[in-house]
Design a protein around this ligand. Sequence first.
Ligand code: NDP
Ligand code: GDR
Length: 373
Amino acid sequence: MSQKKVALITGVTGQDGAYLAELLLSKGYEVHGIKRRSSLFNTDRVDHLYQDPHVDNQRFKLHYGDLTDATNLIRIVQETQPDEIYNLGAMSHVAVSFEQPEYAADADGIGTLRLLEAIRILGLQKKTRFYQASTSELYGLVQEIPQKETTPFYPRSPYAVAKMYAYWITVNYREAYGMYACNGILFNHESPLRGETFVTRKITRAIARIALGLQDCLYLGNMSALRDWGHAKDYVEMQWMMLQQDHPEDFVIATGVQYSVRQFVEFAAAELGIEVAFEGEGANEIGRVTKVTGDKAKCKVGEVIVKVDPRYFRPTEVETLLGDPTKAKEKLGWVPKTTLKELVAEMVQSDYTAAKRDSLVKLAGFQAYDYNE
Ligand code: NDP
Ligand code: GDR
C-alpha cells in the first residue's frame, strides 16, 4: 500500500470488529475503533491488538463513543478522517430487541443515519467509504428460497426493522449524495469469539461444560430453526472486499448450506464423543445421550442433556434462512473457506479448553463462573 489507509470501526469490541481490526492491521491500515464506556473492561476480544498510546506509530486506537450520540460520532470522524468506515456496532441480539425495541431502533437504525450524516456534514462524502452491517434477518418471513440481493424483505423483530431502516438509509445516501456506501447482507456467522448468548456459542459452551460435569443441562428455544452458518473470520474479509470495488454495491454473503439448531447440537456433542438423540415435540422435546465414546465426556448414556425452555421462544420467529451468494462469488471472488463441521470443531475445542480451566478453578476450591442464559 503506497499511503497508509485509515479505517474507523464501530463495534470494534464485538466478534466481527475484532476479526476485522486484525485483518486491517495485517494489511497495514491505521485502525480506529469505537468502544462503549462500561463499568467493566469490555475489550477482551481486542486486547491482543492493544498498542500502548504512549509510544509512537500507534496503528490501533480506541475511542470512547456510542451510536446513540451524534456529537461523539461527528468528533471522532472529524479527528480520524477515515478512508473507510465499517458500521458494525449494534444491539445485535434479535431476542433482546423485543425487550429493548426503542434502543434497538436508536442504535441500529438512527445510529447508522448519524454516521452517514457525520460523513456528509464534514464534507467527506467523496473520501470516506461506508460499510453497513446489514443482515439476513431482513428476509425474516422468507418470500423466496434461497434469498439473494433482490429477494423482498419481511423483517420479524424490532432488530430487523431497525436494520431495515439502516439498509435503506445507506442506499439513499449512496443515491442522493454519490457516497460510496454499501450493505453487506450477511447471514449468520460464528466463531470462538461469538457472544455466549447466541445459539451456536451457547451450545458449544454448554456441551463442553456438560462433558466435564460443570453443567447438567442445556436449555434451548426453537430447535427446528434453520440457519446458514459461516465463519466470522471469512466474512470480515468480504466486508473489506466490498469497499475495494470500483462501484458501491450490496452483496449477500452466505455459505448456501443450511442446518437446524438441533443438528448443530448433534455436531457439537459428537465433537466430544457424545451421541444425542431427540425425542418429544415442541416444548416437550428433549435430547438424551445414546452413546459416549473416548475419554472427553463424563456424562452417561440415558442422561437428558438438552431440554426446551419456552422462555427462549420469540414472539415472531425467523424459521428458515438460506443464502444465495452467487453475486459475491462472481464479483468478489467469494468462496467460503470453512465448513460447518470445521466451525463447530473450532468452537467446541475452544470452549472445552475454557471449561477445563473452570474445572481446575473449581477443583482448587474457587467458585467457577456459572452464568447460563
Ligand atoms: P456483536 O454483538 O458481537 O458486537 C456488537 C458490537 O456493537 C459490540 O462491540 C458492542 O459493544 C457494540 N455496540 C452495541 N451497542 C452499541 C452502541 N449503542 N454504540 C456503539 N457500539 C455499540 O455483533 P457481531 O460482531 O456478531 O456483529 C457485527 C454487526 O453485524 C452487528 O451490527 C450485527 O447486527 C451485524 N450482523 C451480524 C451477523 C452475525 O451473524 N454475527 C449477521 C448479520 C449482521 P459492547 O462490546 O460494548 O457490547
Ligand atoms: P439470530 O441468532 O437470531 O439468527 O441472529 P441466534 O443465534 O440468537 O438464533 C438463531 C436461531 O436459534 C434459535 N434458538 C435460540 N437462540 C438463542 N439465542 N438462544 C436459544 O436458547 C435458542 N434456542 C433456539 C433462535 O430462535 C433462532 O431461530 C443472529 C445475530 O447475530 C444477528 O445480529 C444477525 O443479524 C443474524 O444472526 C443474521
